[in-house]
Design a protein around this ligand. Structure first.
Ligand code: DX5
Ligand code: ZN
Length: 219
């Protein structure tokens, strides 16, 4: 399967959101990555349901929603209704992760689990075959534009080993500080989906940046 690029809308120009969404639609990107933050699980508040509703109306690619919120179970049906295709919850925010994963799938979405930089891969031993996507945080969640944590490469390798050993079909997504400097090494370690926020939206030619990142990831 080809490696996927998911621009993070957190870094878009919110005053020109439709323009930026149309740019992603036209680009070589594969997914829209949507960061929902509640100011409790992470020390920042991004945007909520009305904004996602507006994004969904224009986006014509897979909508990958990353919930950085406590008690995500309360909103699973809401995010399904808003057009989410992949719904990712944080391991650290779920007391009953297995039940949460089943609830996400019951709404027809792919179920993702995000791990903070300090959370060990081994904790997924008993759930990996139930998980469609693992989002490895390569920064501490809450803000765009942070520096990539180098320990992520080793976590990708450990996760890939777990997925292979358990014969799971889980995708590995990397989120935070992704650029042309680390994309190839991440893919070589086993990554399938690269989220990129600042690197795409702060660049002068966003379409070219996406195109080049996609080519690098698939080289
Ligand atoms: C961080 C978010 C990321 C963020 C990535 O909490 O989950 O998706 O938008 O942004 P960059 O690529 O700028 O690190
Ligand atoms: Zn994210």
């Amino acid at each position: 399967m080809s490696k996927l690029i998911a621009p993070s809308i957190l870094a878009a120009d919110f005053a020109n959101l439709q323009r930026d969404i149309e740019m992603v639609n036209k680009s070589d990107a594969d997914w829209f990555h949507i960061d929902i933050m509640d100011g409790v699980f992470v020390p920042n508040i991004s945007f909520g349901m009305p904004v996602l509703d507006a994004i969904s109306k224009h986006a014509n690619k897979t909508i990958d929603v990353h919930l950085m919120i406590v008690d995500p179970d309360r909103y699973i049906k809401t995010f399904a209704a808003l057009g989410s295709n992949v719904l990712t919850v944080h391991y650290e925010a779920c007391t009953h992760l297995h039940r949460t994963l089943q609830a996400i799938k019951a709404e027809g979405m792919k179920a993702g689990v995000a791990l903070n930089p300090h959370t060990n891969i081994n904790l997924l031993e008993d759930t990996i075959t139930d998980i469609d996507l693992v989002c490895l945080m390569s920064v501490n969640p809450g803000f765009g534009g942070q520096s990539f944590i180098e320990n992520t490469y080793s976590k990708v390798e450990q996760l890939k080993e777990l997925i292979t050993r358990k014969s799971a079909s889980t995708l590995i997504e990397i989120d935070g500080g992704v650029t042309n400097k680390n994309a190839k090494q991440l893919v070589d370690a086993g990554a399938d989906v690269l989220v990129a926020g600042s690197y795409v939206f702060k660049s002068t030619n966003q379409m070219d940046t996406i195109k080049n990142l996609k080519a690098l990831a698939n080289s």
